[in-house]
Design a protein around this ligand. Structure first.
Ligand code: AMP
Ligand code: DBH
Length: 538
């Protein structure tokens, strides 16, 4: 499927075929409403939408602050066809900004707060944003050096900083004079970009339309039973697809509940927030669950109000899963999702067996999944194969990467997830491995090729292969295997070299090993399977 060529005030993406789009509309999945409608039902409510440190925002204030900010964008001549690069920590302003951009028809990418120069520059290169929204609390923006670099690379016309000019625009004491008469982009067009964990040299952007994303949020809310009484702790990086949409913050706001912001999943502070704000629901990655379990041994009473813990993003062992209700005193829901679309949930009324031993099943009746072998044939029931999928909220192509798209999607529009799964007779999915060249470091994904490309730029490094090694806490850690000119090359030097290239900290190799040569496959590629086995046996 080729990318659609559109008028200049729209953003490019690969559309669903017309007949399929019709079906999704007929079934009521696509409502042709913009994502801003997430706020519509509770727009005038004085109940609390967001608790962020000492500050709170009611629904009315959230709506009015985002309108003021949208107006500010419009006054600067920004609107449909424009894109924005946003990097904010876990603060209320992240959602205010998100809704403001949607209202003004500007399509943002929300970079994670731990992304560094390399990632941001790549997103900017691909998106050519007209607007930058960032935080001076991030080392990159502490002074204007990097900002100037970005400006030289792009056409950024407006820059707003958190707690500086961004916050002044919508100071919550200012009553909105606006009437919400903005024009978001057409609901079948791109609303914003999600980030892919990736498995290739360059990070990929995921265009999500209003129609598809809104459906995924509404359906998630239905499955997870979110309601006005949901009090959700945002502890994972807020821009990530899981805490944003499964049902995440957008689900909470759609349901009329309350968000409580935590800067990260560190248990001491999170337990206090849960206690103080009667939080009943949250979403974590498995490595954070382990920290919470350890902390709960002495502070369990702080979790009195917690009723539901969603866990996803990386492999979650059955033995840890079984500890959740016993030691944290709440229900467990497993979530297996991807920013490209498909999200699987165990259902709240599933048996313990399903909840503890599977990662759930697709949320939509129209999610099509196939589990295939390396020849592309469906495996026998219960056998292991790669999960491929298409459906009403799974993208048909990454942004502006035709070559990669021809590999990541087949001509039927199925997305190749790279995950190895099995399906149980009752239709639930177990994630058992992966074929994509990626390390899943406690839910943070590292594309091996991206780091290998950086490593071989070092004059002493002849060849590099990044592989996953098992880790008790994170599930996996990364190990950079190097063939070098100087076998005494110091790990410190290698890490410093990578850091100097501006790569996010979590992508720096945990281990570095120098080898005389790499095991090769029959065709002469690095045999990563053999390499991983070799490293594990050392
Ligand atoms: P991303 O590309 O960053 O959106 O990450 C999506 C990937 O995370 C999936 O394709 C899986 O590899 C992994 N993942 C997400 N949820 C789970 C889970 N519950 N169990 C195992 N792996 C998961
Ligand atoms: O890991 C993920 O990307 C993920 C996990 C759970 C996701 O995107 C989601 C739920 O929506």
């Amino acid at each position: 499927m080729s990318q659609q060529h559109l008028p200049s005030n729209t953003v490019e993406f690969t559309p669903w075929p017309n007949d399929i789009a019709h079906q999704y509309r007929d079934k009521g999945y696509w409502l042709d409403l913009p994502l801003t409608e997430i706020l519509s039902e509770h727009r005038n409510s004085d109940s609390i939408a967001i608790v962020c440190g000492e500050r709170t925002y009611t629904y009315r204030e959230l709506d009015s602050a985002s309108s003021l900010l949208a107006l500010h964008f419009c006054e600067h001549g920004l609107g449909p066809g424009d894109t924005a690069l946003v990097q904010l920590p876990n603060v209320a302003e992240l959602y205010i900004t998100f809704f403001a951009l949607l209202k003004a028809g500007i399509a943002p990418v929300n970079a994670l707060f731990n992304h560094q120069r390399l990632e941001l520059t790549e997103y900017a290169r691909q998106l050519e944003p007209s607007l930058l929204i960032a935080s001076r609390d991030h080392a990159l923006f502490a002074d204007d050096g990097y900002l100037e670099e970005l400006k030289a690379l792009t056409n950024i016309r407006l820059t707003l900083f958190h707690r500086e000019n961004l916050t002044r625009v919508f100071d919550k004491n200012m009553e909105s004079k606006t009437t919400n008469s903005f024009l978001p982009t057409n609901p079948e067009q791109v609303a914003f970009f999600q980030l892919s964990g990736g498995s290739t040299g360059t990070p990929k952007l995921i265009p999500r339309t209003h129609n598809d994303y809104f459906y995924s949020v509404r359906r998630s809310v239905e499955i997870c039973g979110f309601s006005p009484s949901t009090r959700f702790l945002v502890a994972l990086p807020a821009a990530h697809n899981f805490p944003l949409s499964s049902p995440g913050a957008l689900g909470v706001l759609f349901a009329g509940g309350t968000l409580v912001m935590a800067s990260n999943p560190e248990p001491t502070r999170c337990f206090e927030l849960i206690d103080q704000h009667s939080v009943n629901t949250t979403a974590l990655v498995p490595s954070a669950v382990l920290l919470w379990l350890a902390h709960a041994a002495t502070a369990r009473e702080k979790l009195r109000t917690l009723t539901l813990l969603q866990v996803g993003g990386a492999n979650f062992s059955e033995s840890t899963a079984r500890r959740v209700p016993v030691e944290l005193g709440c229900k467990l829901q497993q979530v297996f999702g991807m920013a490209e679309g498909l999200v699987n949930y165990t259902r709240l009324d599933d048996s313990d067996e399903v909840i503890f031993t599977s990662q759930g099943r697709p949320m939509s009746p129209n999610d099509e999944i196939r589990i295939i072998n390396s020849e592309g044939e469906d495996v026998a029931p219960g056998h292991t194969g790669q999960l491929i999928t298409r459906g009403p909220y799974t993208i048909r192509g990454y942004y502006k990467t035709p070559q990669h798209n021809s590999r990541a999607f087949d001509n039927q529009g199925f997305y190749y997830s790279g995950d190895l799964v099995q399906q149980t007779p009752d239709g639930n999915i177990r994630v058992v491995g992966r074929v994509k060249d990626q390390i899943n470091r406690g839910g943070e994904k590292i594309a091996a090729e991206e780091i290998e490309n950086l490593l071989v730029k070092h004059p002493q490094i002849i060849n590099a292969a990044l592989v996953a090694l098992p880790d008790e806490r994170l599930g996996e850690k990364s190990c950079a295997c190097l063939v070098t000119q100087d076998e005494k090359i110091k790990p410190l030097v290698v890490r410093k070299f990578l850091r100097a290239q501006g790569v996010a900290e979590f992508k720096l190799p945990d281990h570095i090993a120098v080898l005389p040569e790499f095991p090769l496959t029959a065709v002469g590629k690095i045999n990563k399977k053999a390499l991983r086995a070799h490293m594990q046996n050392l």
